[in-house]
Design a protein around this ligand. Structure first.
Ligand code: MSS
Length: 366
């Protein structure tokens, strides 16, 4: 096998042993590296950048960062220094790339073949978007979307709309959204979107705009290509277009992290089968674990603190496993009663894979 790629300079502070470097802008957490605590440490958290990360000079004077707030009664630019005076809240949230689990699509869609590790559960601290909107006189009537724009410097000579990272989510998402300056209790690293990031809890990764420079309440979705044609649920073999559903809210999902598929030397006897489960916009009600590839199921126990409906829950099933080979699977149910499906929804981009069968783990117990 080829030697693992080294970490690129802007994430040189991450833990190489925990990560799979697909490319300089796509780095995944190894399944076996997820621990049993709820929060994913920054050193292990995955990276996905559609454009190269901006120069580190943007975090030299964080408080001077400006974001333009538009589509409110009194639109204006606010500095991070000003935002910090307006309000503060902390939300634990699953950050998951829309394409997490793409690697399990037999159709091999183009894009990074993520397994489970384009996801983590992280704590964001910032000012609620609704508080900012109220402070600027309220949202203008007719605004149906919340549109965030990334602060990357765009290459010259290209149509900005073809490349800019700008996404719209339904304006209702404002109820939980944050303009965040801390991740896991420290200023957000450049790699994860510092100095300021739009956080939309319950929505897939792409909707959480890094180095956000503009936040607009808009009547229409942005015409940026990443919105109009990218991240759409298109029929297999097809191309994205604005008539198709956009990748936005996450739905109920779980997977087993331990024992990991590549685990060698699982010893016969008592085994703690552990993993994570989340419900997107809903909390987790129940997780079942199967030791026989989904024929029979037992209720797992939710462990660790409940950090709210946007966070994931850790679960465990203590199982007595005689020597043999096993297919371990997990299946979550959210608080609204939605059950994680057996099958993925086929789509050209390989998005939103929540299939429990795709995420099952084969292990040898000796
Ligand atoms: N933002 C910006 N500004 N840029 C870019 O590129 N990307 C996306 C988000 N945001 C971007 C942004 C994506 S796509 C994702 S996932 C995320 O981010 C990630 O994050 P981290 O922090 O992990 O790296 Mo898929 O759906």
């Amino acid at each position: 096998a080829a030697a693992p790629k080294p970490l690129p300079a802007y994430v040189a502070w991450k833990d190489p042993a925990s990560l799979i470097v697909h490319s300089a802008t796509t780095i995944e957490t190894k399944r076996a590296a997820f621990g049993s605590g709820v929060i994913t440490p920054a050193e292990q958290l995955y990276i996905r950048n559609n454009l190269p990360a901006p120069d580190a000079s943007i975090i030299a004077d964080r408080d001077a960062w400006e974001v333009s707030i538009e589509g409110v009664k009194a639109p204006r630019k606010l500095t991070l220094r000003e935002l910090k005076t307006m309000g503060v809240e902390t939300t634990a949230m699953v950050l998951q790339c829309s394409g997490n689990g793409r690697g399990y699509f037999p159709s091999k869609p183009s894009g990074t073949p993520w397994q489970v590790g384009a996801a983590g559960c992280v704590m964001w601290t910032g000012v609620p978007v609704r508080v900012v909107a109220e402070a600027l006189g309220g949202v203008t009537p007719g605004a149906a979307f919340l549109t965030g724009t990334g602060g990357e410097k765009l290459p010259d000579g290209l149509d900005p709309l073809s490349i800019i990272v700008e996404r719209s989510v339904p304006a209702a998402a404002m109820a939980d959204a944050l303009l965040a300056w801390e991740m896991n209790g420290v200023p957000i690293s450049l790699a994860h979107g510092g100095p300021l990031r739009l956080i939309v809890p319950g929505y897939t990764g792409v909707n959480n705009i890094k180095y956000v420079k503009r936040l607009a309440f808009t009547a229409k979705e942005t015409e940026a290509r990443i919105m109009s044609h990218g991240y759409r649920i298109s029929p297999p073999g097809g191309k994205g277009d604005p008539s198709q559903p956009s990748v936005q809210e996450m739905t109920v999902k779980s997977w087993i992290n331990s024992p990991a598929p590549e685990a060698i030397g699982v010893k016969a006897g008592l085994v703690q089968v552990q993993g994570v489960a989340f419900g997107g916009l809903n909390g987790v009600k129940r997780v079942e674990v199967s030791l026989d590839g989904g024929k029979t199921w037992s209720d797992a126990r939710l462990t660790g603190p409940d950090l709210g409906r946007f966070a994931w829950r850790q679960f465990v099933l203590a199982a007595n496993l005689p020597a043999g080979s096993y297919t371990l699977a997990s299946r979550a149910t959210d608080t609204a009663g939605n059950v994680q499906p057996e099958q993925r929804l086929e789509n050209a981009g390989g998005y939103n894979n929540t299939s429990w069968s795709d995420h099952a783990v084969k292990v040898m117990v000796a």
